[in-house]
Write a protein that binds this ligand. Sequence first.
Ligand SMILES: NC(=O)C1=CN([C@@H]2O[C@H](COP(=O)(O)OP(=O)(O)OC[C@H]3O[C@@H](n4cnc5c(N)ncnc54)[C@H](O)[C@@H]3O)[C@@H](O)[C@H]2O)[C@@H](O)CC1
Ligand SMILES: Nc1ncnc2c1ncn2[C@@H]1O[C@H](COP(=O)(O)OP(=O)(O)O)[C@@H](O)[C@H]1O
Ligand SMILES: [Mg+2]
Length: 275
Amino acid sequence: METLTAAILPQTIRQRPANSHKGTYGRVTLVGGNRNFGGAILMASAAAVYAGAGLVTTITDASNQSSLHARLPEAMFADMRQTTQLTDLVAGADVVVIGPGLGTDDAALATLQQVFQTVTAQQTLVVDGSAITLVAQHHLTLPAVPLVLTPHQMEWQRLSGIAIADQTPERNRAAANQLNATVVVKSHRTQIYTPTGSFQNPLGTPAQATGGMGDTLAGMVGGFLAQFSDHQDAVLAAVYTHSAIAEALAASQYVVLPHQIIDALPQYMHDHQAH
Ligand SMILES: NC(=O)C1=CN([C@@H]2O[C@H](COP(=O)(O)OP(=O)(O)OC[C@H]3O[C@@H](n4cnc5c(N)ncnc54)[C@H](O)[C@@H]3O)[C@@H](O)[C@H]2O)[C@@H](O)CC1
Ligand SMILES: Nc1ncnc2c1ncn2[C@@H]1O[C@H](COP(=O)(O)OP(=O)(O)O)[C@@H](O)[C@H]1O
Ligand SMILES: [Mg+2]
């Protein structure tokens, strides 16, 4: 297990070439947010935008449209129930993030299965939150595309069958290999299992223990993957950045809110890009 350091940041976060445009920085489509969990997909979408993704589309319950646009006019909206449009928007993305606030009812399951059938090996799929729980509950087969799973320990228990107390690096490594995915096992000291390595995040604070913190990370992972060509580095740098910003804010705050991490992203990435 390799411990991450700040070296992952300039190794990953490139200076933007002058001759570039929004297409250079990737299209991210995020799917989630039922009637009750609209905030989750809003935070994930905002994290992708503020991390620098070139174009962000949010596919969510129609009841979330005005709050999404009030908070995040940069994101495009599509109704999760309009299945033809959903297929088109998923097919057109470089990175698809599914799960924040998706819920686990029949409609959520149908949406997840449609996304799984649509994604191709040219795209990267980030599976988070409810989507992980649905895969576990319904024994779904994950699509054969580049995959990043971002479970917290309970979601990982559901998916891998490894009880939280038994989630050792050796067992986690074996389960990640079997899933043929990069797995970010989130805890107070998050571990990342990529196809070629196992990494420990040395950062993070209990000030982060608040709803929406993982939704925010999922959006950041999507935003980093869309922009930075080395996918392992993109995931590692997103995890590191999320906790590093939280630690900095926690020096003077009892709790760190997800939107505060999102707000801090552009400056943090500016300050830690390659020179
Ligand atoms: N504002 C919103 O709309 C929010 C929506 N959320 C969404 O709610 C759905 C359900 O996710 P939840 O994670 O809340 O529910 P889950 O039922 O999947 O997991 C939460 C349970 O896992 C336990 N647990 C054990 N180890 C843990 C660890 N290391 N980290 C986190 N939990 C651990 C918790 O105590 C809790 O009982 C997801 O789709 C999520 O995206 C949540 O993110 C909360 C905020
Ligand atoms: N005590 C803690 N120390 C460090 N990081 C924490 C702590 N508690 C939570 N986190 C981080 O917060 C995030 C929580 O993710 P998750 O449980 O999926 O939240 P949600 O689904 O509510 O958005 C993870 O990145 C986790 O590592
Ligand atoms: Mg979560």
